[in-house]
Unconditional design. Structure first.
Length: 469
């Protein structure tokens, strides 16, 4: 269906037809610019009967079922929605279960004593069952709702800052980001309700934004990161319009609070598909807005050493996730920022390279610059500094110094980091093998191994006041 360009005006537009809704943008002079957007072509939903989809209540959390049944019994519409429905439809085990309803947050709270209301931007109800939290969201509207909407739905420069206008299930579906996340499992009759063609996209393996891609990315630029994460996680291909807008809109990530981007970055790299996510982020021009210093090194990486190191680190992280092992954010971010640290150390004066002062200086500069893009909490940045600072100490393999390093609290993480550097050709493989062998020995054999290197060299004491690591 052909459509004209969205009309713009300074005055609030008259109520528009059901195919259109308007948003407003706060100008620099504090006045509002109203922009009317084509929401979607409304049509009757596709209702998929229980016999035609593969979702069984046996695979749904008992606590989620409790919430759904209680809402339904109280006379409210109750649907399982989002990633839980998507993953169940794909035969995967959902990470969590979200519920959508026409009950207002305060009404949900009245039904559940174990409920807390959270959020300012999105008002949500969290129902607690021990360690499990079932998130309950009220259907949200597309268009403003009178004076209440004036206060409840606010956009600034096209970004959605607050959105508490309640609406219908159809409007709620059109508000969601991707079609595959807009499937609704109805607890009343166990059907799947699809307003946006999500099931067809799911079966074709296509990730598609709902609505105009540029408008949706401008509303919330983090959707670009989510697009990459879901495409990689699900093994889906992005729809051309969804993918094509990303390079043009990537700069909008600079408007997102750095603390929020830390959480999104962690989801990208620490869930088992980090290497693919890294490659996808660089393909669409997003990685440089998350790690600009690292991207600068990669662009000037003539022999591919930095790229090889990062690829090895992310592949190693993915293997650990696949094996059910823990992944520490400190190690992951230490690897992502190491190319910039290494570049600074290489550029330092020869007598200063490897000194405590030079390591700390490089770490402080890199972390300070990084905080403008992605804020790394101190509980992770401190271990990162230790991992970096221990690297030069692996070069000292004589006497008690080597044995003391074995007992350092960060030795294991720093040693794993050394192995990655050796695999990338950044340090001699023999160095990594020596430290591996030292850990396999014990007692007198270990002491002899460290002492043998000491006897083979000159016995020169360390000068007082030396600042080398």
């Amino acid at each position: 269906m052909a459509t004209s360009a969205p009309p713009r005006s300074q005055a609030k537009p008259a109520p528009c037809c059901k195919d259109w809704y308007y948003t407003r943008t706060l100008r620099a002079d504090k006045s509002w610019e109203y922009v009317t957007e084509l929401a979607a072509i409304h049509h009757d939903p596709v209702v998929i009967s229980r016999s035609e989809h593969g979702i069984s209540r046996a695979n749904i959390s008992r606590n989620a079922l409790k919430v759904l049944y209680r809402l339904n019994k109280a006379g409210y519409a109750a649907y399982l929605v989002g990633g839980g429905v998507r993953d169940l439809s794909l035969g995967r085990e959902p990470k969590d279960f979200d519920v959508a309803t026409d009950a207002r947050p305060e009404q949900v709270k009245q039904l559940f004593r174990n409920c807390r209301l959270i959020g300012r931007r999105f008002r949500l109800a969290h129902v607690y069952f021990g360690c499990e939290i079932i998130e309950v969201a009220t259907f949200r509207a597309l268009q403003e709702a009178g004076e209440a909407g004036e206060q409840a739905r606010v956009l600034e420069d096209g970004r959605l800052l607050r959105d508490n206008v309640f609406g219908t299930i159809e409007e709620d579906a059109l508000r969601r980001d991707f079609t595959v996340n807009a499937l609704y499992y109805h607890i009343a009759d166990f059907t799947l309700v699809d307003y946006v063609g999500g099931m067809a996209d799911l079966r074709r393996g296509v990730l598609r934004l709902i609505g105009d891609a540029e408008v949706r990315y401008r509303e919330d630029p983090v959707r670009m990161l989510r697009a990459v994460r879901f495409a990689v996680k699900l093994g889906f291909r992005m729809h051309p319009e969804t993918a094509g807008a990303i390079p043009r809109m990537a700069h909008l990530l600079g408007h997102i609070p750095p603390a929020r981007l830390f959480d999104e970055t962690l989801k990208l790299f620490a869930t088992g598909m980090g290497l693919e996510a890294f490659e996808c982020l660089r393909h669409y021009g997003l990685f440089g807005y998350l790690f600009p210093a690292t991207e600068a090194v990669l662009l000037d990486d003539e022999f591919g050493a930095a790229l090889g190191f990062l690829a090895g680190a992310l592949a190693n992280t993915d293997r650990r996730v696949a094996e059910g092992k823990s992944v520490t954010p400190a190690f992951l971010f230490a690897a992502l920022l190491w190319p910039s640290i290494a570049q600074r150390l290489t550029a330092a004066e020869p007598h200063a390279a490897g000194s405590i002062q030079e390591i700390h200086k490089a770490a402080s500069e890199v972390l300070q610059d990084q905080a403008r893009c992605v804020t790394i909490p101190k509980r992770f940045s401190m271990p990162m500094r230790e991992i970096w600072s221990l690297q030069p100490r692996f070069e000292r393999r004589t006497g008690k110094r080597a044995l003391r390093l074995l007992s350092h609290p960060r030795f294991r993480a720093a040693y794993d980091f050394l192995l990655l550097r050796a695999e990338a050709g950044e340090v001699e493989a023999e160095l990594a093998r020596w430290w591996t062998q030292l850990q396999l020995t014990s007692g007198e054999q270990r002491t002899e191994m460290a002492g043998r290197r000491r006897r083979s060299g000159n016995r020169r004491g360390r000068h007082k006041g030396s600042d080398t690591v």
